[in-house]
Design a protein. Structure first.
Length: 337
């Protein structure tokens, strides 16, 4: 069971405060645990990686749509504000990763950071668990993929570039909103959009191949912003992009709907109706990927803009920039909220 820390470190008192922006208003509770394992296996054909490392449970970014909220209930916490404010740190992650990579059973497949919650959420500035894990990956010449909403990843640009000199590495910065107001209302603890575009530039300048993730697409809320997101990402140096449709499963739906109605009361019903249309149909697999004319139009616009800008997409990217053996279907999968 995770142990609550009575006086946890303050990430905003660290030397990395310039990447963290302002602290959230909610009171944070930090729990530390000695995890039993750190490399998780994914068996879903809809997710672009087999193996992932998640140094944290819960996420200060507080994205209303995050699919991982439901999993927080397994710890005895809630899927709502508990997910945003009760964060578990796996303090022994690097040691566990070292043991796994040193094992003869390990086949040196790609590892994604992270498959669930953001590995560069603010607590990483104090704990450095993700950086410690990446140091292990460099030592073992381990191929790595990173996806994050946080400008804090710039701290590790040099380390990711160093991994790239001995193994394959790729980063994606998730930017669902070009509009800072919409971003702040729906993902209040994440870095502002302008900081994420600057992060793409910083990673590219350091020599790290970097793409943009338009994830998730929320019809009626951010679909009109897709061309601007792609344009600004390309200007910052991004070379690839992918698109994922919002999926609201289990306890995530009431959290998202409550936030949506509070932030955009005049648009909420239209957003939920459009999302239902995009996931209509009798075939489960099709519903998970998205269906209908509106979804197809959004996909076509995305693909057209990517071709115009010279951005590789999941239809033409080399699989080694996404995962070990397959490309993803366009849906909100385990690329976290």
């Amino acid at each position: 069971m995770p142990r609550r820390v009575s006086n946890p470190p303050n990430p905003w008192a660290s030397t990395h405060v310039e990447w963290l922006e302002e602290p959230p208003a909610a009171r944070l509770e930090v729990y530390e645990e000695e995890a039993r394992s750190i490399v998780a296996r994914n068996d879903s054909p809809d997710v672009p990686f087999t193996w992932s490392v998640n140094p944290y449970r819960g996420c200060q970014h507080a994205c209303a749509y995050c699919y991982a909220r439901s999993g927080h209930q397994h710890l005895g916490f809630g899927a709502g504000t508990d997910f945003d404010t009760k964060v578990v740190v796996k303090t022994n992650a690097a040691e566990l990763l070292r043991a796994r990579l040193a094992s003869r059973a390990w086949k040196r497949a790609w590892i994604a950071f992270s498959g669930v919650t953001d590995c560069y959420q603010p607590l990483e500035a104090s704990y450095g668990v993700t950086r410690a894990c990446l140091e292990v990956c460099r030592e073992f010449r381990q191929p790595v993929g990173v996806i994050t909403k946080s400008a804090l990843v710039r701290r590790d640009a040099d380390l990711l570039a160093a991994i790239g000199r001995v193994a394959e590495v790729h980063a994606h910065v998730s930017i669902p909103f070009a509009d800072p107001l919409g971003a702040r209302r729906i993902e209040p603890g994440a870095s502002a959009p302008h900081a994420r575009f600057e992060t793409i530039r910083a990673l590219v300048d350091a020599g790290v191949p970097t793409g943009v993730a338009v994830a998730p697409l929320i019809p009626g809320l951010n679909d009109s912003q897709v061309p601007e997101i792609l344009e600004r990402a390309r200007e910052a140096g991004a070379t690839s992009a992918f698109l994922i449709l919002l999926r609201l499963a289990g306890e995530v739906r009431p959290v998202f709907e409550e936030r949506l109605r509070a932030a955009f009361p005049e648009r909420a019903d239209k957003v939920l109706s459009a999302l239902a249309d995009m996931r209509a149909g009798s075939d489960f697999g099709a519903r998970m990927r998205g269906t209908g004319a509106r979804w197809q139009a959004a996909r076509d616009l995305f693909e057209l803009q990517c071709r115009r800008l010279g951005l590789r997409t999941t239809s033409d990217m080399a699989l080694d920039t996404l995962g070990p053996d397959r490309a993803p279907a366009p849906r909100q999968g385990e690329l976290f909220g």
